[in-house]
Design a protein around this ligand. Structure first.
Ligand SMILES: NC(=O)C1=CN([C@@H]2O[C@H](COP(=O)(O)OP(=O)(O)OC[C@H]3O[C@@H](n4cnc5c(N)ncnc54)[C@H](O)[C@@H]3O)[C@@H](O)[C@H]2O)C=CC1
Length: 295
């Protein structure tokens, strides 16, 4: 049985939905049920559920707010993974953990591989890097999957924000000088279940991997695709204008380029994410088609 911590988030909910669809035994524990930074809560959960593998989908994910709440970010993103790793080591269980492209500073041209040096720009990235470090120190039987620009039909994310703004505004102004790989929770959940399956078969696949949507774009390109995908359902066209990062100041600095090279993941687990634009179209369709309008 797969035990998922932080199961109330967008990835956690997608994992539960995919496991149900596949008939896989998966149990989710939300933040309200278990705080991953609380050792006794985590130990009790492992003793009670007796899983064969753990997936940590729990994290403090508010990149800008983290600048003002570093203790909260560190608690969830650094202490929490350390607690999970210790509990897994004691129970002899492997841990699958999700990390982020924001461990990189974005100064490198081209794509980032797993072996490239990390240099996070903000509190969120630093806290996630500390979480990776804690796991590597404590538990050799881990798989850390770094992903990026995550969106899906559950929870809050960029895609849903753009869909809402497309209904409210006459034009959108979106940053066009930050490059990365939008990743659908549907593809990420598939990827994590592929890792769980490999671990279940006893394959020694431990280590760090990059997994993200295929291809890359900017936030502006991502928004343009979302707006184009919603038009057949809503009949609404909204121009998406490119702006520079310095025209949209945020508390946290973000990497200018965080394009991840996912080839190590594909070669090891035999699964590659869909081209990012196809996955966006699919998510928009899932969200808007049930509302009654068809293209
Ligand atoms: N959202 C994004 O764009 C990206 C996310 N990631 C990573 O992907 C993973 C999944 O993120 P999402 O599902 O997008 O985030 P989310 O914010 O939708 O879900 C995170 C969940 O973790 C829970 N949580 C927070 N602190 C916790 C704690 N101490 N104990 C237990 N649960 C706790 C929250 O209540 C929430 O339900 C995270 O590790 C995140 O860092 C990586 C790159 C980009």
């Amino acid at each position: 049985m797969i035990l998922v911590f932080g199961s109330g988030g967008q990835l956690g909910q997608e994992l539960a939905a995919l496991a149900r669809q596949r008939g896989l035994a998966l149990r989710g524990l939300t933040r309200a049920q278990v705080d991953i930074a609380n050792p006794s809560q985590v130990e009790n959960a492992l003793a009670e559920a007796r899983p064969s593998v753990i997936i940590n989908a729990g994290a403090y994910t508010k990149v800008d707010r983290a600048e003002a709440e570093p203790a909260e970010a560190m608690q969830a993103n650094a202490t929490g993974p350390g607690v999970l790793a210790k509990a897994c080591a004691a129970a002899g269980l492997p841990l699958i953990h999700v990390s982020t492209d924001y461990v990189f500073d974005g100064s490198q041209p081209g794509t980032y591989r797993e072996s490239d040096p990390i240099a996070p720009l903000g509190v969120y990235g630093r806290s996630k890097a500390a979480g990776e470090h804690a796991i590597r120190e404590i538990l050799s039987e881990h798989v850390i999957v770094r992903t990026s620009w995550v969106y899906g039909v559950y929870g809050a994310n960029f895609l849903k924000t753009i869909l809402r703004l497309a209904g409210e505004r006459e034009e959108l102004r979106i940053v066009a000088d930050q490059r990365g790989c939008p990743t659908s929770t549907a593809d990420l959940a598939e990827a994590l279940l592929a890792v769980a399956q490999a671990l279940g078969k006893g394959r020694a696949v431990f280590g760090t991997y990059h997994f993200a949507g295929s291809g890359a774009t900017t936030w502006h390109g991502f928004a343009q695709r979302i707006v184009a995908a919603q038009q057949p359902f809503t009949g609404r066209f909204v121009p998406v204008l490119p702006i520079r990062t310095d025209e949209y100041p945020t508390p946290a600095q973000r990497p200018a380029n965080s394009e991840l090279d996912s080839s190590r993941f594909s070669e090891t687990f035999g699964y590659t994410a869909r081209p990012w634009a196809d996955a966006v179209d699919h998510a928009v369709e899932q969200l808007l088609a049930p509302l009654g309008t068809t293209p």
